[in-house]
Design a protein around this ligand. Structure first.
Ligand code: IDP
Ligand code: MG
Length: 151
């Protein structure tokens, strides 16, 4: 079972898009197992975006992600990494397909609304960076699962 971390970035919160974006994730059929509103501090931001250290956009990225409250969400299920990345759309919203979250609600790469883990190992690491085990309802039964996954 894969796990993925989603972050509704500060621009999503400021623009009042929390409900809209979570609605899209729910409608896709994703099972949310953890969710909270928080402000990311610089230490956590640097840990989360460690792979980008040294790139020209890194300091702007750390300022952006720490600039205001975010909503962090953990998702569990088969293939959730691929499914969520496709729902989120390309990193640069100018190139993201219509119908994706970034393609429908954003225009600029430095304000692209949402983070989603890019591979299963990052999903695991990122979920553990943001949630304690006690905050995750990993095993709750969802009655609609049999209508979303072939059993
Ligand atoms: P991803 O969020 O689609 O996985 P990454 O390449 O992992 O994209 O980049 C992480 C984040 O860094 C992006 O979501 C975006 O917020 C920011 N970013 C990436 N490239 C640029 C850039 O060229 N200019 C400004 N910000 C960027
Ligand atoms: Mg990434």
């Amino acid at each position: 079972m894969e796990r993925s971390l989603i972050i509704l970035k500060p621009d999503a919160v400021q623009r009042g898009l929390i409900g809209t974006i979570i609605g899209r994730l729910e409608q896709r059929g994703l099972k949310l197992i953890g969710m909270k509103l928080m402000q990311i501090d610089e230490e956590l931001a640097r840990k989360h975006y460690g792979e980008h250290e040294g790139k020209p956009f890194y300091s702007g990225l750390v300022s952006y992600i720490t600039s205001g409250p975010v909503v962090v969400i953990a998702v569990a299920g088969a293939n959730v990494i691929e499914v969520i990345r496709n729902t989120v759309g390309a990193t640069n919203p100018a190139k993201a397909a219509p119908g994706t979250i970034r393609g429908d609600y954003a225009v600029s790469i430095g304000r692209n609304l949402i983070h989603a883990s890019d591979k299963p190992e990052s999903g695991e690491r990122e979920v553990q960076n943001f949630f304690t085990d006690a905050e995750l309802l990993q095993d709750f039964r969802r009655d609609t699962d049999r209508w979303i996954f072939e059993q």
